[in-house]
Design a protein around this ligand. Structure first.
Ligand code: HEC
Length: 217
C-alpha cells in the first residue's frame, strides 16, 4: 500500500509542475542557420516594431555582416531613419511618452528571445484576438490584458494562418538571432570540436593499447 506521506509529496510535486507550466505555447522551431528568414524578420522589425522598441545591443553594421546585407542596401532598404551603419537600433518614439500612452513602457527587445524563449515570442505575436470586454477590443492569449497595440492586426486578419505564421516565424528568427548573434557560429564550431574529439580518440586508443602491452609484458 502507498504510504500516505509519499502520496502528499507526490501531489505537491505534480501541482507545482502544473502551476509553473506556461499556457499552451505554439512550437516554432526556428533554424538559426537560416539567414534568409532572419533577413525577412529584420525587415518586419524595422517596419512594424522599431517605432516603439529599441534594440540597443544590436548595431546595423553587425546585422549587415551576419546576414550578408550590402551596406548600400542596408541604408536604402532597411534603415528608415537618420541612423548610420555604426548605430544601434533606436526606437523612433521616446519611451516615456509611449508608456504614458499605453500604460506600460515598450521594452528594449535586444535580449528578449533569451528572456522569454522562441516559443513564447511566437505564441505571443500570433496570440492577439478580438475581445469585446476590453476597451481596445483585443487581448492576447499568452499575455493577458496586454498593453501593446495589436500592430499586426491587418496581417493577422487578412492573410491565411499559414502565411501569417511564416511571417511571425521569420520575425521570431530575427529576434532569436539578435539575442545571441554568435550562436550559429558557436553551434557550428561545436560540431567541429566533437568531430576533432572523435578523431582524437583513435590515436589515444592506440597509444593506450601500446602502453598496456609494455606494462603487461
Ligand atoms: C505602438 C507601440 C508598439 C509597437 C509598434 C510594438 N510594440 Fe511591442 N510593446 C509595446 C508596449 C506598450 C509593450 C508593453 C506591453 C505590456 O507590458 O503589456 C510592448 C511589449 C512587447 C513585448 C514584451 C512582452 C512581454 O511582457 O514579454 C514584446 C516581445 C513585443 N512588445 C514585441 C513587439 C514586436 C515584435 C513588435 C513588432 C511586430 C512590436 N512589439 C511593436 C508597444 C509596441
Amino acid at each position: 500500500m502507498i504510504n500516505w506521506r509519499w502520496a502528499v509529496v507526490l501531489s505537491i510535486l505534480v501541482s507545482a509542475t502544473c502551476l509553473g507550466a506556461e499556457p499552451n505555447l505554439r512550437k516554432v522551431n526556428v533554424d538559426i542557420q537560416d539567414t534568409g528568414a532572419q533577413k525577412r524578420g529584420f525587415k518586419i522589425y524595422m517596419e512594424y516594431c522599431k517605432g516603439c522598441h529599441s534594440a540597443k545591443f544590436m548595431r546595423y553594421e553587425r546585422i549587415a555582416t551576419d546576414l550578408s546585407i550590402d551596406p548600400e542596401e542596408m541604408r536604402s532598404q532597411y534603415i528608415n531613419d537618420s541612423s548610420s551603419l555604426h548605430d544601434s537600433i533606436r526606437s523612433t518614439a521616446p519611451s516615456d511618452s509611449l508608456s504614458k500612452l499605453f500604460g506600460a513602457a515598450p521594452p528594449d527587445l535586444s535580449l528578449w528571445a533569451r528572456y522569454r524563449g522562441e516559443d513564447w515570442l511566437y505564441s505571443y505575436l500570433t496570440g492577439f484576438y478580438f475581445d469585446s470586454e476590453r476597451s481596445f477590443s483585443y487581448n492576447n492569449k499568452v499575455l493577458h490584458n496586454v498593453n501593446m497595440p495589436w500592430v499586426l492586426n491587418y496581417q493577422q486578419t487578412h492573410e491565411t494562418p499559414k502565411i501569417f505564421g511564416e511571417r511571425i516565424r521569420d520575425l521570431t528568427s530575427f529576434m532569436v538571432y539578435m539575442a545571441e548573434p554568435i550562436r550559429s557560429y558557436r553551434e557550428s564550431m561545436g560540431q567541429y570540436v566533437l568531430l576533432f574529439l572523435a578523431l582524437l580518440l583513435i590515436p589515444v586508443y592506440l597509444l593506450k593499447q601500446s602502453y598496456w602491452r609494455e606494462i603487461s609484458q
